[in-house]
Ligand binder design. Structure first.
Ligand code: HEC
Length: 122
């Protein structure tokens, strides 16, 4: 094998190894970790309590006075708009019954980042 061929073969082995690492369960990305944290905040009755009004896949005894949270990436291609809806839904609809989680400091900025990341996975 020529030197350059050896190099290419070594490089492809490294690429294969990295590819395999990416599919090992338990090696979550930073976004996945943030979404998991967001789910906990959203399902905490003293924090988001989103399922009091919204149903979503896997929700336990969810309410249905709000639209179900499904296909969120399709409905909110821009994650910032989704975050803004959670921060202050009264901007889109002054008469909404959804609490303005950011404006009223029900959740911190970091908590809203996490919740938005999670909702985006639904
Ligand atoms: C008291 C009930 C209530 C709670 C609690 C609530 N929401 Fe809502 N939410 C609504 C209603 C009602 C709407 C429909 C839009 C409107 O009223 O303007 C809505 C709309 C939304 C939308 C926009 C959906 C769309 O397709 O346009 C998102 C996203 C959302 N809520 C996320 C959340 C998240 C995340 C939480 C928890 C942190 C939450 N909501 C908590 C009542 C609620």
């Amino acid at each position: 094998m020529r030197k350059s061929a050896k190099l290419i073969s070594a490089a492809s082995s490294v690429a294969l190894l990295l590819g395999a690492l990416a599919v090992v369960p338990g090696v979550a990305s930073a976004d996945e970790a943030l979404a998991a944290e967001g789910k906990k905040i959203a399902e905490n009755r003293k924090k988001g309590n989103c399922f009091a009004c919204h149903d979503y896949k896997g929700a336990h005894l969810a309410g249905n006075i709000a639209p179900p949270l499904v296909a969120m990436k399709a409905r909110f291609p821009d994650k910032a708009k989704l975050r803004a809806q959670i921060w202050d839904p009264t901007k889109n609809n002054p008469n909404t019954i959804m609490p303005p989680f950011g404006k009223h400091e029900i959740l911190s900025e970091k908590e809203i980042d996490a919740v938005a990341e999670w909702v985006w996975t639904l």
